[in-house]
Design a protein around this ligand. Structure first.
Ligand code: PHE
Length: 337
């Protein structure tokens, strides 16, 4: 029995030599001195010994326990010292900090915010409307007749016979006018959908609509506003021209071009040799549109305009393929931090 105690003790000493952390040390303590530890268990066998043997073995167990406890607490002290020392060594205050991961807005969102900021600084407030829209708001109330090509299945995503994914942000004009009385001065950014996909078209893209209704607004107000906006967004010397055009919901209607910033107007691939790039659709609100929402066209006039955000972003950054925006390639997106 005494031999056994000796063996246990030397086994424990060996383990103590090797242990290098506090958790390991505690494991040793439990495996020898704990409730089911080697020395505790041996103490329980005392009853089976002869009365002469009992005190000798008991004494030896107690001594062994005391010795081990002492060694463990000594070891604990040294371990505590070395670990705290090494952790101060690890704390090098001169090391550069870790750079936190930083995300950024998508370039489309950045340009959308920038354009909205310009218009809100000019007194416009931001409105919104649903992307899944009734035929009435997307077409009918905007004076787009049933036989108009824009209604063609080729362009419009139909959800059902009279529900579509909006093909432009213009339905927000109608929804806003139905809810409010003039004067009103709103811009309405949002996603729009057309069944189209190539280097300059994606099935989903973003527009910003503008609408200003008041008494005595004329085409010159529209012209002045858009020139101011375009020169603020691109550059103060940007050339702007208005070309007669057609939209069912405006009369007169215009398309707005800016002088090509790639070639300075001499003609290149981007402006297809014309020196001009189309950036906006606009016009005076059609009297029929006013009647459709219960406004009196004899009392009120207004102008409206619409622009594509992908287009503005392409022109700002010289991006030549619209599909890049939606591939989520991190190498592309990281350039807009
Ligand atoms: N909704 C037109 C389009 O998507 C743009 C536009 C808006 C034109 C407002 C005139 C007035 O092409």
């Amino acid at each position: 029995m005494l031999e056994k105690i000796k063996n246990i003790l030397s086994q424990a000493n060996e383990e103590l030599e090797k242990v290098s952390d506090l958790a390991g040390l505690d494991n040793i303590r439990v495996s020898y001195l704990g409730k089911k530890g080697h020395l505790t268990l041996i103490l329980r066998t005392l009853g089976s010994l002869s009365p002469e043997e009992r005190p000798v073995v008991g004494d030896s167990i107690n001594k062994a326990k005391a010795e081990l406890e002492e060694k463990i607490s000594l070891k604990k002290e040294t371990l505590e010292k070395t670990t705290s020392k090494s952790s101060t060594k690890l704390l090098d205050l001169t090391l550069p900090g870790r750079t936190p991961f930083k995300g950024a807005y998508h370039p489309i969102t950045q340009i959308l915010n920038e354009i909205c900021d310009i218009f809100t600084s000019l007194g416009f407030t931001v409105s919104q409307g649903p992307e899944i829209e009734l035929d009435f708001y997307n077409f009918e109330a905007l004076n787009i007749p049933a036989e108009h090509p824009a209604r063609d299945m080729q362009d419009t995503f139909y959800v059902s016979d009279n529900v579509v994914l909006r093909t432009h942000t213009s339905p927000i004009q109608i929804r806003t006018m139905q809810k409010r009385k003039p004067p009103l001065k709103i811009i309405a950014p949002g996603k729009v959908y057309r069944c189209d996909s190539d280097i300059t078209h994606t099935p989903m893209f973003h527009q910003i609509e503008g609408l200003h209704v008041d008494k005595d607004l004329s085409f010159s107000h529209l012209k002045g506003l858009l020139i101011q906006f375009l020169q603020k967004f691109f550059s103060a010397d940007t050339k702007v021209r208005f070309r007669p055009s057609f939209f069912p919901f405006t009369e007169p209607s215009a398309e707005v071009d800016i002088g090509c910033m790639m070639c300075g107007g001499s003609g290149c691939r981007v402006c297809k040799g014309t020196g001009w790039i189309e950036v906006l659709g606009a016009g005076m609100v059609h009297p029929q549109v006013f009647r459709n929402v219960g406004y009196d066209p004899a009392e009120f006039t207004g102008y409206a305009f619409g622009l594509g955000i992908e287009r503005f972003t392409m022109l700002r950054y010289g991006i030549n393929d619209i599909r890049l925006y939606y591939e989520n390639d991190i190498r592309f997106l990281e350039q807009f931090k």
